[in-house]
Design a protein around this ligand. Sequence first.
Ligand code: C5P
Length: 228
Amino acid sequence: MSAIPVITVDGPSGSGKGVISQWLAQKLGWHLLDSGALYRLLALAAEKHSLSLSDIVRLVELAQKLDIQFDTQSAEGVITFLAGEDVSLALRTEECARNASQVAAIPEVRTALLERQRAFRQVPGLVADGRDMGTVVFPDAELKIFLTASAAERARRRHKQLNQKGISANLAALSEEIRARDERDQNRAVSPLKPAANAIILDTTHMGIDAVCQAAYTKVQELKLLTA
Ligand code: C5P
């Protein structure tokens, strides 16, 4: 067991994981792992190399040598670089999310990215956002949060988020995209999306972001993670 504390935040798309994780990491002064970005980056790199998403051998090779950097100091949020190129916007499209979910269903790809994710566990602590953070990547995490929300509310949030980034999206098509992606994430053979046995489950359908952040922070205080 590592002495460096980890908080995992898992859940389906649009459940609020990203916003809550960023808020918590900033509030605590801890590192942040957006594990979904790694799968999205791999999908994007595969596209740039014209790789088929079913070419497991080459996808694994690509995963092992993915050249990525995150700039967390920018006022516009996290800026993500793939082989030196700013891909922050391309990473957020639904097409990229769909391809990410396809490569994420390949067990060998998940294994190739495992140690890379664990390397984010650095002092003073880590907030890890994803689907299997509490179940597979950091099973010994001090606090595991699993966020849910109704499918309609999640689609509405994702729609608003994309619009804010200037990415146009149709709400009905987006709902269908999210439904298909959640189904694939929940039913895949390895690391399916599910709460860890000891996770705290928060249904955020009728909660504002501030309330969710506060609920998560109250748990951090109860567990005295800051003084651990
Ligand atoms: O969280 P985000 O929407 O960026 O994730 C994109 C896709 O990456 C998810 O739909 C899921 O298939 C995959 N993913 C995963 N395991 C994680 C994080 C993301 O399988 N820990």
